[in-house]
Design a binder for this molecule. Sequence first.
Ligand code: CS2
Length: 436
Amino acid sequence: MAQCGYDRAAQAIGVVHFGIGAFHRAHQAWYIDRAMAAGDRDWAIGALTLRSPTVAGQLAPQDGLYTLTERSGADARTRVIGAVREVLFARPHAERAIGRIAAPECRIVSFTVTEKGYCRAEDGGLDHDRAQESFYPVLGEALVRRAAGGLAGITLLSCDNLAGNGAVLHALVREWLAARAPDALAWFEDNCTSPSTMVDRIVPRTTGADLEALEERLGQEDRGAVFTERFSQWVIEDDFAAGRPRWEALGVQMVADVAPYEAAKLRMLNGAHSLLAYCGLRAGHTYVHEAAADPALRQLAERLMVAEAMPTLDPAPGQDLAAYARDLLARFADPALRHRLDQIAMDGTQKIPQRWLDTAVWHCARGQVPGALCKAFDAWRWHLGDARFVDDPAGERLVAAAGEGRQAVLDACFGGDGGDPLWPDYAQVRALFTGD
Ligand code: CS2
């Protein structure tokens, strides 16, 4: 495979990343690769996979090298990414993984572990049992060692689609340390930062057909290849404990407050994505571009973004939400991406609160009915009606509730276990969606 324009072997591992799925390879790794190609040094990535050894098996034999292909219409551009220097399956290699984060050259620990990887309990705090299976044991032990060794602090950089992802991560790590290593807590608070980020790039799961076509084109096999759109956006709160690559030279927006970008992305892009997923599957479509080409569904997605989500947002100066909605519809419609609706439909309980509920609550408070959201919710309930297609940590509970009607689904997802609702204003939203 062609090389990437800088001396890979000479770069220290400055970034340790949890969750080296396709999204990380097509987004953060691509930015870091370009930063090093532009002259930044020692930001190579040591990647950890928590759940599946497959990606380590794909990338390790290629020495971490892989290609990224940007697709748009009939056009495809491929580039070699060299930023990933090491890939470890964290379970059998926990000690090495801890060592990577505890090493002085580590300056950033980043995360794409999906919404459920943060292991939030229903009250928003840490679910300590589930957290044992996630990144917390490795990260926690590494922080303890850094604290004990008097090392410099690091930046924890969440790159998942959660509102206030940095603050959420910081609070959960604090809880983990408070329960298991209180001695490291003051060091953590004084030395580490957790800026929030908004990440955006549509990265469909790579298929066998993608890999075959690529091999034919390149004349070489690449088992770690990723395929994405040309568009990419990264907005980051500029609060780093120990430096960062010069990302601003590569189009990354370094800002004081990421909240307006994050809210717009979650409620408009991701909100419309989830709507298209459930309504699209219900209408018999397989891909996002098919749903976006269906006039009724396109109109519904547009209505959600423009009429329902936009009024709830408070844009940052220069943030043009109407243009954003137009661009999103064009991105969804690109047939080159072949983005499967069922990829988006999974983990609904983890995604829907930050995608739909804030918008719903806003309209409820004004006595208005967000019609597109009501249709989306109904399609989600339809989706839960067939257990074979439900892929969600709360799957069993939801499928059982789906048989009992709308109210039961809502309660199962947002209502807690009979106690206080998980969501403020939940009662109003419940009345809206159930017609009570
Ligand atoms: C999608 C996102 O799978 C999903 O739930 O909505 O992964 C989406 O493609 C990205 O957030 C785009 O940046």
